[in-house]
Design a protein around this ligand. Structure first.
Ligand SMILES: Cc1cc2nc3c(=O)[nH]c(=O)nc-3n(C[C@H](O)[C@H](O)[C@H](O)COP(=O)(O)OP(=O)(O)OC[C@H]3O[C@@H](n4cnc5c(N)ncnc54)[C@H](O)[C@@H]3O)c2cc1C
Length: 374
């Protein structure tokens, strides 16, 4: 196509903007993004039949995460990821307040924070200390949750609490706590890495609520968490592919521009090989998620989700470290590749640490080995 025609085409057909995000600025926080997506119907659009009870549609989920990754910071995108994959689908478990919150959340008019991680126990979820005491007239919730995405601007806190002593998986129950109920206090997490995510620490000091604030059946908290966090691991992996691809594109552009001798850094074969190795890793992750996405979205297959999460953590770590190194000193500029690399360490921690998901993979090793048979 002659250059003039290409120019006219460019003027007539501007690059399509991801729908639902309007004119939001790049530093919009998770709450604003959530509201815009809800108003445009894009939140319901990631679920089959437009409702989370029918499960997520991996294609729509992947497109949404790529759109968000292209436009916004990691913190703001994280806030959408946790809600859309875990917090909102858990609201389908039952109870009128949960049904109301679900409707508002899908419309984008309410934000729901998922408060599972406890101050004292962290990774060891079965050791969590947050308690829900049930009596004839209501429930009382007491405990401390740490590092909760959206805590600073949420309307509802979906809290995982124990109703009985001991580590048995039937001892845990979800409670939907209004974020502004008496006894709830929230403080911002002391980090600049996840701006826009609203991440904070929540103190629940004898929060008194009606019994219908229990979400789902008493004793089903841990089981439902395990099955729904699988979709968050899938969503995080779809996002990881988008993030690695974006960082690789940016790094290649820079290498192609950066002079070296009579040419550019990109022309060095050793650099191309390092870059290619990252491209291979990213394509491997893409192939894995293509292969397993339906199993996770439809069946909540926890072993498949753990495979994805472990692979995503490893790939993001490797690709972002190499991209940052290949950008030299520029990588240390504000919001540069080294900053993104520090943020992306989240893939090895949030939603279950890499070690925890590797334990799940090990636990499913017999069936995963069988799958490798020709
Ligand atoms: C930005 C951000 C947002 C988050 N958002 C949420 C949220 O919305 N909701 C929520 O509930 N939680 C959230 N979290 C918490 C997150 O899920 C926890 O950080 C994570 O589960 C790990 O718990 P921990 O930080 O207490 O690690 P710890 O339990 O203190 O573990 C520290 C380290 O010990 C090692 N380790 C731990 N257990 C094992 C093991 N079994 N085997 C081998 N090694 C192990 C790992 O290297 C681990 O990183 C968020 C965290 C971050 C950083």
């Amino acid at each position: 196509m002659p250059d003039g025609a290409r120019l006219r085409l460019a003027v007539r057909e501007p690059t399509p903007q991801p729908s639902g995000l309007g004119d939001l600025p790049p530093d919009a926080d998770g709450r604003r993004i959530w509201a815009a997506l809800g108003a445009a119907g894009r939140l319901a659009g990631v679920y089959r039949e437009g409702h989370p009870s029918a499960g997520a549609d991996p294609g729509a989920l992947g497109r949404l995460m790529a759109d968000l990754d292209a436009r916004f910071g990691i913190g703001s995108t994280l806030s959408v990821c946790v809600q859309i994959a875990t917090a909102v689908p858990l609201l389908t478990l039952g109870g009128q307040p949960a049904a109301d919150a679900l409707r508002e959340a899908l419309a984008g008019t309410a934000v729901v924070a998922l408060a599972a991680t406890d101050e004292g126990s962290g990774t060891d979820l079965a050791g969590l200390g947050t308690e829900v005491a049930v009596d004839d007239n209501g429930i009382t919730v007491t405990g401390n949750k740490r590092w909760i995405t959206g805590a600073l601007y949420a309307d509802h806190l979906l809290v995982l609490a124990r109703h009985r002593e001991g580590r048995h998986f039937t001892n845990f129950t979800w409670v939907l706590v209004p974020a502004h109920a008496p006894g709830v206090t929230v403080e911002a997490a002391d980090t600049a890495l996840f701006d826009g995510s609203g991440t904070g620490h929540i103190r629940l000091d004898r929060v008194r609520l009606p019994r219908d604030r229990i979400v789902g059946r008493v004793g089903r908290g841990m089981t439902s968490f395990a099955s729904h966090i699988a979709v968050e691991r899938l969503t995080g992996t779809l996002w990881a592919v988008a993030l690695c691809a974006r960082m690789l594109r940016r790094t290649k552009s820079r290498l192609e521009e950066r002079r070296f001798g009579d040419g550019t850094l990109w022309q060095l074969e050793s650099i191309q090989q390092r870059f290619a190795a990252c491209l291979v890793s990213t394509h491997q992750l893409r192939a894995l998620v293509d292969q397993l996405a339906d199993r996770v979205a439809r069946d909540h297959d926890t072993a498949a989700a753990a495979l994805l999460k472990a692979a995503a953590a490893t790939t993001v770590d490797r690709v972002l470290a190499e991209c940052a190194q290949l950008q030299g000193a520029e990588g240390f500029s504000a919001a540069g590749a080294q900053w993104t690399r520090a943020q992306a360490a989240l893939w090895g921690i949030g939603g279950g640490t890499k070690e925890v998901v590797l334990s799940t993979v090990a636990g499913a090793s017999d069936s995963l080995l069988t799958e490798l048979s020709p």
